[in-house]
Design a protein around this ligand. Sequence first.
Ligand SMILES: C[S@@+](CC[C@H](N)C(=O)[O-])C[C@H]1O[C@@H](n2cnc3c(N)ncnc32)[C@H](O)[C@@H]1O
Length: 229
Amino acid sequence: MKTVLCDPRADAVLARLDDEARKQSADMRRYYDAKKQQAKRTTDPDSAEDMAFVRDKFVALDPEKCDLCYMLCRSIKARRVVEFGTSFGVSTIYLAAAVRDAVRENGGDGIVVGTEIEPTKAKVANANLADAGLGQFVDVRVGDARETLRNVGGPVDFLLLDSWIPLVRPVIDVMAPQLRPGAIVVCDNVQIYEREYLDYTSFVRNPGNGFRSVLLSHEGGLEISLKLG
Ligand SMILES: C[S@@+](CC[C@H](N)C(=O)[O-])C[C@H]1O[C@@H](n2cnc3c(N)ncnc32)[C@H](O)[C@@H]1O
């Protein structure tokens, strides 16, 4: 799989994960088509039924968005990165590669703090990161992100929010005080679920809360926010 990482070992793991995710996509299409047909496609993407269905699914961030996260991390020399929603570690591989490359370039150390509520997923994510040669740059915390992210050990350069929508606002509340001035926050799917994300977007789009924010209209939308000093 060709990514912006220029890392054959990581690319090989990403290609394998992409294959595995594609195998799930037929199932996912069937599930959501059936819901549509029954006129039951809920506007709540986090209904108990949907959550149970996706419990063992990748629901990985799109490769272009992962590439963009890598580029943003590199451009700000991110060394402490936090991810809400690790799943099997697809986006985490890009974030960890960015931290590794920043450490190689500038010395010192760096870490991606990942979070995953499903212990089985976290275990597989750790194995995938080790396969990619990136295990030493990641600490996947198992449990509810609202608790596991209370103290990430220092100022955060980059935050990726890629999880269940109702938890995103509580997580930014926990994370905002830990972001350094100039930190970047990326949040997925804010356009396709515009209404559901209102409590989040109204927070980061209000300059009074210390952010400047822009929506990229691509594949469901990506909100990119800058934490001011
Ligand atoms: C969209 S997936 C993440 C995909 C991942 N970023 C990737 O690109 O591969 C969201 C993940 O958040 C996890 N999650 C849900 N609620 C959580 C919580 N309260 N704390 C931590 N993780 C949670 C889910 O189990 C799921 O694996």
